[in-house]
Design a protein around this ligand. Sequence first.
Ligand code: ZN
Ligand code: FE
Length: 246
Amino acid sequence: MITYSSSDMDVTFVPVHQDNYAFILRTKCGVVGVVDPGEATPVIRALKKMELEPDYIFVTHHHWDHADGVAELKTHYLSCKVVAPDAEKHKIAAVDIPLKDGGVLEFGSQHVRTIATPGHTLGSLCYYFEEGNTVFTGDTLFSLSCGHLFEGTVEQMFSSFEKLKALPDETLVYCGHEYTRSCAGFCLRVDPENEDLKERIAQVKDLRDKGFPSLPSTIGMEKKTNVFFMAKNVGEFAALLRKKNS
Ligand code: ZN
Ligand code: FE
């Protein structure tokens, strides 16, 4: 199991399905959370190994590969509270705490603030852990890419990205899938002279070859390397999406 420790919070990667990540969070004061349990069994196994019981489950959006494990986790951990987008609460099992944009939840010593990021789905939320300076972006922002527009418009996704760009550059970014390597080629085609991008691609190749996640990224890193995150206006953003899909 791979755990990334920052001063305020440990984040453990739990690979689920083909290329999804669920995450187990533990604050320094011992509060435990799970993000996007798309499958219950591997998450429960990891929690048992770490001798932890979750206090909260955070769901970024209603898709099965992020939410299918919620019901089973709830039957295992009865006191655990499920936090999910208010707009998608009827599509996700057993939601206890539905949150809208700007909702704040106390998570031990941390404040978790929701950022509504419609585009991939209409209700998608990103969870920003303020003291830990960490954001979970689900299928909205990927390292070197952006989520597929299943429900929202290009304009919505662009303004969702604008909100994420407003976070501090050093913010750690955890995405819902390990897509970085497969997305690198498109960024490089659009921006072939970008030295930061070339460096990031080499780093990602090295990490993946060794079996490590390419995450977390940072907001600052995405600003320098992710062509979608670099788009200055919605027209530029739309042109990139058209080019990627063609
Ligand atoms: Zn999704
Ligand atoms: Fe997904």
